[in-house]
Design a protein. Structure first.
Length: 300
């Protein structure tokens, strides 16, 4: 996986001055200024203006990245969204309800043009793709593997919109509470595709925003599966997410021992440590842990 790591992504409505003011005070690694679901049609222009003004007023992004979720590309709202917010040089664009990688490449081409218009460094605006909100998307993940888009820095998946797209009344099993098969498939395809193209796989939103213990359990489940980070829909979720995706002191110590033992034995593909045989996948995982720890230390 290339590029930076973001643990927590917090949605902030693009037309809410009160919530936007509070955004920089939140511990989230990134804010997603939303122009889609949280903004009504009659407030689109207001949201675009407020979002651009916010971006222009917050140019120091070292602690907290600023992304913008635009409206779907198959609506007439998406291009005006981009044209309005790009003067604020967002760190990235979140694109919802995609059908295939063709949508990501289309967005990338639009960003090529707008970066030139605004004098923004070419290719610097990243893309986070919400990859599973349409029925067609479950059959097109293979398209991401052909000539991956360099801007694509993160993939996440959506269970709520996918439910509507599939005509499902719920996305979880009534007895176990676990995601039903189509949604487990979406989760798996998102994870495997993100890893295959070198993008960050991001866990889906946890909608029960008052249940922090449930959120923590799902974060740890995501982490064990291979996801890095999670999207928050409530400000109180960011701290729980950050904590879950921050390695413990014991994790860091062991990861450093793994890296050290391989560095002390250059050329060896397998080494022994504490009675266990380790190979290259263990080294890669150890380096991932140290990268997460470094991020957490930088965020404070």
């Amino acid at each position: 996986m290339s590029g930076e790591i973001i643990r927590s992504w917090l949605f902030v409505p693009g037309d809410s001055e009160r919530k936007m003011v509070k955004g920089p005070q939140n511990v989230a690694d990134a804010l997603i200024l939303d122009l889609e679901d949280s903004v009504s049609d009659d407030r689109q222009d207001i949201a675009r203006e407020m979002t651009c003004a916010f971006l222009q007023a917050h140019t120091d992004r070292d602690r907290q990245r600023l992304y913008v979720r635009i409206n779907p590309l198959d609506t007439p709202l998406s291009l005006p969204d981009l044209a309005a917010v790009m003067p604020g040089a967002p760190d990235g664009i979140v694109v919802p309800k995609v059908y295939s990688a063709a949508d990501v490449k289309r967005l990338s081409t639009m960003l090529d043009i707008l970066e030139v218009r605004e004098g923004i460094a070419a290719g610097s605006t990243k893309i986070c793709c919400v990859a599973t909100e349409t029925a067609a998307s479950l059959s097109t993940f293979h398209t991401y593997l052909d000539d991956p888009c360099p801007r694509l820095s993160a993939l996440t998946w959506g269970g709520e919109d996918l439910s509507a797209a599939l005509g499902a009344s719920t996305n979880r099993h009534p007895k176990t509470g676990e995601y039903d098969a189509p949604f487990q498939l979406a989760r798996t395809l998102c994870l495997s595709t993100a890893r295959a193209v070198g993008a960050q796989p991001v866990g889906v939103v946890y909608t029960d925003f008052r249940n922090n213990e449930g959120l923590r359990e799902e974060c740890l489940y995501d982490l064990r599966s291979g996801f890095i980070g999670k999207i928050a829909i409530h400000p109180g979720q960011s701290e729980v997410i950050n904590d879950a995706f921050t390695p413990s002191a014991e994790d860091i110590e062991y990861a450093q021992k793994v890296v050290d033992i391989f560095e002390q034995n250059p050329g060896l593909g397998t080494v022994g440590l504490d009675g266990k045989m380790l190979d290259m996948p263990h080294l890669k995982q150890a380096r991932n842990v140290l990268a997460m720890a470094e991020l957490a230390a930088a965020k404070g």
